[in-house]
Design a binder for this molecule. Sequence first.
Ligand code: ATP
Ligand code: MG
Length: 196
Amino acid sequence: MQLIRTFIAADIPLPIQQTMQCHVDSLRHALGDLVRWAPVQNIHLTLKFLGEVSPASVEILTQMLRAEADSYSSFDITIGGLGSFPSSKQARVLWVGIQAPAELKALQHSIEAACARLGYASDPRPFSPHLTIGRVRDHISPADQQKIRKALEETTIDSLGTTRIDSIHLYKSELRPGGSVYTKLFSVPLKNAATT
Ligand code: ATP
Ligand code: MG
């Protein structure tokens, strides 16, 4: 059986992705190949990574997502700020931050809980909403790690705009040598706050 690598995410509109790209450019120039940079159109807000699932599970997941989305209203998020996981000293993932109302956390918790009921492993880390812009390559030298730290310290990313999150998506992810390819399998609208 063909397994499908999947995750649940919210989209970031192309104009904001492009603005992000411009703001991240100086970092890209400074760090170049030390980081695998996410293609701009791939930048998204992950709500839950599911990993490899069967086609039958995709059907169950879409039903679950439909039910979850029915219980939550759309909300606005503001994008801005720069940081790294797990820390600035040992950067592995470089990200642009998200300022969101409590609805985002509630939605993510609810999806996490629904996935746990379906048997998917829960992420033990607290939800920390972010947009991954790049991943530091493995086995880089301490000098290069220091270079990344300095570049992060010297780069400021202010607010890049506000966008409404009004739907969530189940994505297929194909890991290819040239970079991951994401394909939308299913989308569900959140309740419209204005009509509730
Ligand atoms: P690549 O692995 O080639 O850098 P990617 O990480 O974007 O690409 P996936 O590994 O399929 O592609 O991940 C899809 C989404 O799920 C991304 O947002 C990623 O950060 C997130 N993700 C992947 N693995 C995990 C994990 N173990 N725990 C939490 N989130 C994960
Ligand atoms: Mg990955």
